[in-house]
Design a protein. Structure first.
Length: 236
């Protein structure tokens, strides 16, 4: 299965300061503003981000109702949105990506040392880095599909509306996540925590959507601090 650790994740202080997760009552604490460049330096000097991606393409045998059936006999069940969006896909890419365990370990250490604000800002940097990892995965797979004269759809992740969280073990196994050190807890949560899994369709005229459109259909949108709105992102 293809794996790569050749992934560049660039995060600027401006990227971090735009995050809703660092605003309380809509306002940015001046101490947070000072901490961001300092913690970005820590990320760099202590090599806290160690991104890795594993992925594999599988032929689609049938997509009906809530089940995507693959040519190897695997079934992704509880996925009506996947079936609907990838109805015309000839194959699908299962992907797992991680930033490794170092950033989470550093966040835990900061909490243990009673430095909660540093810990929270570093955690926010990690959440942003996972989003950037998702963007890097999409760019990599787009490029590879284009080189073969095909297209990728936008990605879908287990846990999104119409794609049950219970599918995550299947998606991670199909991607070969264990080859980059990803394991799953009994509840299906990924370890390291700063990891993600996703599925993309491959074929002609694959559907694309912006990430804010996922948030627009999410049951948690009213209480979610990370909800994206149209001005956050243009459809690609
Ligand atoms: S609203 Fe929040 S929980 Fe729902 S998809 Fe968007 S970021 Fe995820």
């Amino acid at each position: 299965m293809p794996t790569t650790r050749d992934v560049q994740i660039a995060i600027s202080a401006a990227d971090v300061l735009r995050r809703n997760g660092l605003r309380f009552g809509g306002r940015l604490n001046p101490r947070v503003r000072d901490l961001v460049p300092d913690l970005l330096r820590v990320v760099e000097t202590e090599d806290l981000l160690q991104p890795a991606i594993a992925y594999r393409e599988w032929q689609v045998a049938a997509a009906e109702g809530t089940v995507m059936r693959l040519a190897n006999g695997a079934r992704i069940e509880g996925a009506p949105r996947l079936v609907e969006q990838l109805a015309d896909a000839t194959s699908m890419l299962a992907v797992a990506g991680t930033l490794g365990p170092r950033l989470d370990a550093h966040v835990s250490r900061l909490f243990a040392e009673r430095q909660p604000m540093r810990a929270l800002v570093l955690e926010e940097i990690g959440i942003l880095a996972v989003a950037k990892l998702g963007d890097a995965i999409r760019d990599l797979l787009d490029e590879e599909a284009k080189a073969r004269g095909q297209e990728c759809s936008s990605p879908m992740s287990p846990g999104e509306t119409g794609f049950a969280m219970a599918t995550q073990p299947t998606v991670v196994a199909l991607a070969g996540g264990e080859e980059i050190g990803i394991t799953l807890s009994a509840s299906g949560a990924m370890m390291p925590v700063k990891s993600l899994s996703m599925v993309l369709g491959v074929g002609e005229d694959m559907p694309r959507w912006a990430a804010w459109q996922i948030c627009a259909g999410c049951a948690a949108r009213e209480r979610c601090r990370y909800r994206l709105v149209p001005q956050d992102e243009a459809v690609t």
